[in-house]
Design a protein around this ligand. Sequence first.
Ligand code: UDP
Length: 487
Amino acid sequence: MSQAKENIVMFPFMAQGHIIPFLALALQLEQTKNYTITFVNTSLNIKKLRSSLPADSSIRLVEIPFNSSDYGLPPHTENTDSIPYHLVPNLFHASLALKPSFKKLIADLVKEQNGHPPLCIITGIFFGWCAEIAHQFGAFHAIFFGGGGFGFACYYSLWLNLPHRDINSDEFTLPDFPEVGAIHVTQLADHLREANGSDPFSVFLQRVLPEWSNADGILLNTVEELDKLGLMYFRREICRPIWPIGPVLLSKRSQDQIGITSELCKNWLNTKPVNSVLYISFGSQNTISASQMMELAMALEASGKNFIWVVRPPIGFDINLEFRAKDWFPEGFEERIKDSKRGLLVHKWAPQLEILSHKSVSAFLSHCGWNSVLESLSYGVPLIGWPMAAEQFYNVKLLEEKIGVCVEVARGKICEVSHEDIVKKIELVMNGTDKGVEMRKKACGAKDMIKDAVKCEKDLKGSSVRAMDEFLNAALAMRDQRKMHFV
Ligand code: UDP
């Protein structure tokens, strides 16, 4: 007789950058065929998710009641992507008010399952308060973060300690994470640089981040062998099991704004020699300033390298307006690039995985969002880092100083950058210099580490597979204990 599958409830914070890795994890767990997944979020986010789910997915989408107008947000805004930055704290505040609705939702699920709680409730990084609810119903509670250990450890420590507040220098260290070394003030995102402990960001984050300690464990989208220091920090600070289960990546993302088909991209790459193309992208939402774009375009022409560049209009230019390249490219740039067949400008969205996996790609100039980092390293592609926000600055620090697979070319969306400097960095990585060769070697080493981490053979399980097993076994052990208790 086949046993009923255990249910796992998943509840990410309402932001695309949080929901997407949760979806990737949900699909991964669903594939094991041992679990049913209940994915909880507010109505508009659920609607969006519905269209991203594969047709054959059995993931159950459940809406939690939410009315944005109750929190000073414009009507029908339920995601950080759809609100101006100064209103993000309102969404933070609103998320705390979801507690009674979430409790009712779990109570209803338990009733539906004849009194059986879900095996586990996995929530987002701002939802540590769910631990209390999970435990009230006898369910295991884990927090899942879609980013890396080191980058988020720095971010976590910065918000809890605000060490840059009382110093007279441009550099400082983290009191509880000295292993990081010096951090420069230019490595702070704007709202972090301005934080003083009583601003809405600090107030919220200093309340919710320590709640991680109430969880039964933390799942991170990273690989033990690549990210030892960050994992060590969390193990030391949170004193909970930390399970690095990465890479958890969405193999296919639905995108309405696709700028080029995979086939066209591949055909173009096929015409280029091995290791000759630079791929440039700043992720799903970031863009640079018009003057930075001008310098980058000049650098690409001067370097003589082949390239694919995912171009979004620069800061201050509306993405929906007609593409006015002459406002931010050198005169005749697009025509010259087209005529020489040296570059491919992709508007808005490119098939990144297909590009990075192609043998013609030599390096990735990236903002170093964690998904891009994992994707690049999964294919052994070294990076040229241009961090822009949040923990991207520390991702670059990890990649450059600890792993040795990256050089930083610029920092932030408004910094001054010269095309000469960009050319130097491109040549360093792509021209077979000692450093470039070393970086490529280390990137290939990282690729092997990632491959090994997800190996799942009978007698040989990689670290990420073992971490996932440990997490699920811990949840099952809690269930068995609960059952014994009621015998
Ligand atoms: N991505 C893509 N094509 C693009 C831009 C981004 O496929 O033109 C995907 C990329 O493969 C990655 C994700 O979008 O999976 C970006 O995530 P990341 O964490 O790197 O940065 P974020 O967008 O969250 O800043």
